[in-house]
Design a protein around this ligand. Structure first.
Ligand code: GLC
Length: 454
């Protein structure tokens, strides 16, 4: 009895802690990912944040999403960052110069690229908390922006009509420097000035200008040279005024990213549900593209390794470098039961993803694995959330519960950090990280629900 009471108290204090973090990180109508390190509004962060906010303040969750739409470009793109207009963000606004593109919004400065399409999921999770009448109004409000975004993804990012969306910068994947992207980056020609920095060992000097390493030890962030290479791609895209066609004419660094397309499939399913709830017809061309994406995902399957991979857009070669993206087709929900079973084997295998504090962003036995390396080893709560959701929908309820419980225990013990060692549970990256706090609230509610059902 005493045990139960203290467990109850722990849960309450976890809920309070997570709400406090979300309050601390609130900036008017939206929430920043973390103080200092991430001062803007980010696309997929706000979607995860809204999912958690909906657990205790639906209006705030709705505002979080509406404020994301301030940044939508006239061509439908949702940018991955929206900048504030105060002086402290001038440097970032000038690095990106979104105003170079005629489709960029006039009222706000944004980045010139996108991020994983979690919007539809957030819209539906908020909708679940509303009455039927309110839900209809909510869906009607957001529907046009959502359709425009999905239409833009097909129009500009699937130029050969293959069904798979391609990304033009690793940051668009949200899993910034995961092995498939770094592998490709290293195959790509370097600009002379990055080679010079490398040769002359000037990367230490570059540290002086980096914001991230002022907040987090360099070993937990992107490698300096890789980071400069990312910056050089950004500069190249900016010189093309963020115009996808012009960028594609010169750049060969484009990937049909597995995680992104898996998330897109789920988002398309949500979009279909939203449309049918409000009695809207999606265009035939959008519907047929959506169907194609589900089929095209299968072309990323490798029968020897029994898993899905990302693919290089130009050469159509699979990039057989390991990352947790391999597990995200579970979240897509479009794959067969047999394939899902293979992925669950990977998830449980002790030298793959079956760590003590799952789910590592890179398999434990991989040469890429770094215990606290950014997206190259640690466990992240947003990807755990996606995987748990997929497991549940494929009927793996015990596995989903286990993953949620383990995620919550980590947060309970250390607080809502950005990521955690998959081996020791050691917290790392930014502390008081918003999506960790928000998704903890949602996972907590999901566990309560399954416990009550049993
Ligand atoms: C990093 C992450 C990205 C996230 C952003 C803000 O760039 O890789 O996924 O959206 O930080 O939290």
């Amino acid at each position: 009895m005493l045990m139960q009471a203290s467990e109850e108290k722990d849960k309450q204090s976890l809920t309070q802690l997570c709400r406090d973090v979300l309050e601390k990180n609130q900036r008017g109508e939206f929430t920043i990912p973390a103080e200092g390190l991430y001062p803007h509004q980010w696309l997929w962060d706000s979607c995860f944040i809204a999912i958690g906010l909906a657990e205790f303040d639906v209006t705030r969750a709705q505002n979080e999403i509406k404020s994301l739409l301030r940044g939508q470009w006239l061509n439908g793109m949702l940018p991955h960052m929206i900048f504030g207009d105060d002086d402290s963000q001038k440097r970032d606004r000038n690095i990106w110069q979104s105003w170079r593109n005629p489709y960029a919004p006039e009222a706000v400065s944004t980045s010139g690229m996108t991020q994983p399409p979690m919007l539809a999921e957030a819209v539906v999770r908020i909708g679940e908390k509303l009455s039927k009448v309110e839900r209809r109004g909510w869906y009607q409000d957001i529907f046009p922006a959502l359709v425009q975004y999905h239409t833009w993804l097909y129009k500009e990012r699937d130029p050969h009509n293959e069904g798979l969306v391609m990304l033009v910068h690793p940051w668009e994947s949200g899993l910034d420097n995961s092995p498939p992207w770094i592998d490709q980056l290293h195959l790509h020609a370097r600009p002379w000035w990055v080679s010079a920095v490398d040769k002359l060992n000037l990367d230490k000097v570059f540290l002086l200008f980096r914001r991230d390493t002022k907040h987090v030890p360099p070993g937990q962030r992107l490698d300096a040279i890789d980071s400069l290479l990312y910056f050089s791609i950004l500069q190249r895209m900016k010189r093309k005024n963020w115009d996808t066609e012009a960028i594609l004419a010169r750049s060969h660094f484009t990937m049909q990213d597995l995680a992104y397309n898996a998330i897109f499939i789920r988002a398309n399913q949500h979009l279909r549900d939203i449309a049918s709830f409000i009695g809207h017809q999606l265009s035939d061309s959008l519907l047929s593209s959506m169907e194609k994406t589900e089929q095209a995902l299968e072309s990323l399957w490798d029968d020897f390794y029994k898993q899905y991979y990302s693919r290089v857009f130009i050469s159509q070669k699979l990039v057989k470098e390991p990352s947790l993206a391999a597990l995200l087709p579970l979240y897509a929900g479009s794959i067969s039961k047999e394939r899902a079973e293979e992925l669950v084997k990977l998830l449980k295998s002790p030298n793959q993803f079956g760590s003590k504090y799952p789910v590592p962003s890179v398999p434990l036995s991989s040469n890429w694995y770094k215990e606290l390396g950014y997206w190259q080893g640690p466990s992240w709560i947003n990807t755990n959330w996606l995987i748990a959701d997929g497991l549940e929908r494929y009927g793996y309820t015990n596995e989903a519960r286990d993953l949620r419980e383990k995620s919550l225990k980590l947060i309970q013990k250390h607080g809502p950090y950005e990521y955690f060692s998959a081996k020791s549970g050691q917290p790392a990256g930014a502390k008081n990280f918003s999506w960790t706090a928000a998704l903890a609230l949602h996972m907590h509610a999901a566990l309560e629900k399954t416990n009550n059902n049993n």
